[in-house]
Ligand binder design. Structure first.
Ligand code: SAH
Length: 465
């Protein structure tokens, strides 16, 4: 099996430093189940690619080592070339230092988002390949999938259970390796070693900062732990503790005041709902609707005659459909509330003709250049009369138990109050909106509120109810 990581960053050959593997050298490593080889198919200063080839040895595999039980029954014939948990183990052993985010010679590069591409010629994808997008897209990757065809003698080629996969993102190398480490076995859905309790710790450690809030968190956990129920429940409970949409991550330690007892997310949704109710809007979009918590609140308001939730992840949309019980909804209810699969960075005429839009904790998931595409699509093209948008206040992060730069690893940025105001003013001026910025959640005298909200109104339009 083969994993190729490429970059077009300036001085692209520095990828060698980051991976701790010299671009001009071919290197061989011994693994418990075979051999790993690292070489660079290209290594110029404009573009550099490192290939990790893992050669699984069926004989060594059945023998195992150091107490690891490799079961022969799992060694089916696709193992040598299909990316699987073997590749994860190889990543951990051969790219271990890079996986840990360490690069003593170039620490700034290790800490930085870099333009990276991954090529995996064969990944298992069963009959539904949308799972691959659901796993990687929420983490900010562009996903290109090609289902491989089975050559059959003479007849039309048949689709196989495998895809070739290309991922592109601006991402830290350590994050990219971590995502692959966790998600490859998830795709494969079949680990080559016995899953014991320490796998829960491994999953929590490797998933820290991104898995808690991943829309496919539960499915990832189930598959990673091979559906062993007690382990899955244990891991899910621990992940939920750290999930913003649960209660804790977003809130500071001191939670003795009543206000802080309410989850910040509830407060946020309450503020957004109040802002929307204060308008004459009869149709409303929830852009990046996630699992549909706001949609549930909007549906309870008779004011809204048409409600449309949009999200790029089909997995979270199916969760939203379950939460909203759309399967048992009447035709009238279904016409009133619809879910659309779509990206907010491309013009989409299905979004046109709504009076208002909510964008709750979404923009910080967009790369800066996509943020302008988003603004152009929503403020320039879709142009609802009212847009209610929330995003974290980065200054507030200093109050967390473990202060951190960004609240979640999937966030591309977080704004201070001044930066948010600056963006709101620029967008309002560019697209002809007027805007009010409001705090959400309890305000700290120095660091401000945990979240911030802008209510944009199309200039000249009457919006009050
Ligand atoms: N608004 C929801 C979810 C916030 S999480 C809530 O407050 O609970 C961010 C959501 O935005 C995720 O569901 C993610 O899938 C979605 N998202 C991120 N980038 C997107 C894009 N470019 N287009 C559409 N949805 C996107």
């Amino acid at each position: 099996m083969l994993l190729t990581i490429s970059t077009t960053m300036p001085s692209a050959r520095d990828l060698g430093f980051l991976l701790h593997k010299h671009p001009d050298r071919y290197q061989r490593f011994s693994l418990a189940f075979g051999e790993g080889h690292v070489f660079y198919p290209e290594a110029s200063d404009d573009r550099c690619s490192a290939a990790l080839l893992v050669d699984v040895d069926p004989i060594r595999l059945t023998r195992g080592r150091r107490g690891t039980v490799y079961t022969q029954q799992h060694y089916v014939s696709d193992r040598p070339y299909v990316a699987s948990s073997f590749l994860s183990v190889a990543i951990a052993q051969i790219y271990g230092t890079a996986l840990g985010g360490r690069c003593d010679s170039h620490p700034e590069l290790a800490a930085q988002r870099l333009p990276l591409e991954v090529q995996l010629p064969v990944v298992p994808c069963g009959t539904e390949d949308e799972i691959i997008g659901d796993l990687f897209e929420p983490l900010g990757y562009d996903v290109e999938l090609k289902r491989l065809e089975l050559a059959s003698a003479g007849a039309t080629p048949e689709a196989s259970r495998y895809c070739s996969l290309a991922l592109t993102a601006e991402v830290r190398l350590a994050d990219l390796l971590t995502h692959l480490y966790v998600l490859l076995p998830v795709l494969d859905d079949d680990k080559h070693y016995w899953v014991g309790a320490d796998e829960v710790d491994k999953l929590l450690r490797r998933g820290a900062g991104w898995l808690e809030t991943h829309p496919a968190r539960d499915a990832i956990t189930r598959r990673y732990l091979r559906r062993r129920r007690p382990l899955v429940l244990d891991a899910l409970a621990k992940l939920a503790e750290a999930d913003e949409s649960g209660t804790t991550v977003d809130e500071p330690v001191e939670r003795n005041q009543d206000e802080r007892y309410r989850s910040l997310h509830q407060q946020r949704l309450g503020a957004v709902l109040a802002a929307l109710r204060g308008t004459a809007a009869r149709s409303v979009l929830d852009l990046g609707c996630g699992e549909g918590r706001l949609l549930e609140l909007l549906r309870a308001e008779p004011q809204f005659e048409r409600i449309t939730g949009v999200d790029a992840s089909s997995r979270v949309l199916s969760r939203a459909a379950r939460r909203l019980r759309l399967d048992t909804a009447t035709t009238v209810e279904r016409e009133r509330l619809q879910l659309l699969h779509g990206a907010l960075t491309y013009r989409d005429d299905r979004l046109s003709g709504h009076d208002a839009a909510a964008v709750v904790e979404v923009v910080e998931h967009l790369d800066q250049e996509r943020l302008s595409a988003f603004s152009e699509v929503i403020f320039g093209h879709t142009r609802p009369t009212t847009i209610v948008l929330t995003t974290p206040n980065r200054e507030y992060n200093a109050l967390f138990d473990e202060p951190r730069e960004l609240r979640h690893r999937d966030h591309r940025f977080e704004w201070t109050r001044t930066e948010f105001r600056g963006w709101v003013e620029t967008i309002s001026a560019r697209y002809g909106y007027s805007a009010t910025v409001l705090p959400v959640g309890p305000e700290h005298p120095e660091h401000g509120p945990p979240s911030q909200m802008a209510v944009f109104n199309l200039a000249g339009k009457e919006t009050a109810a």
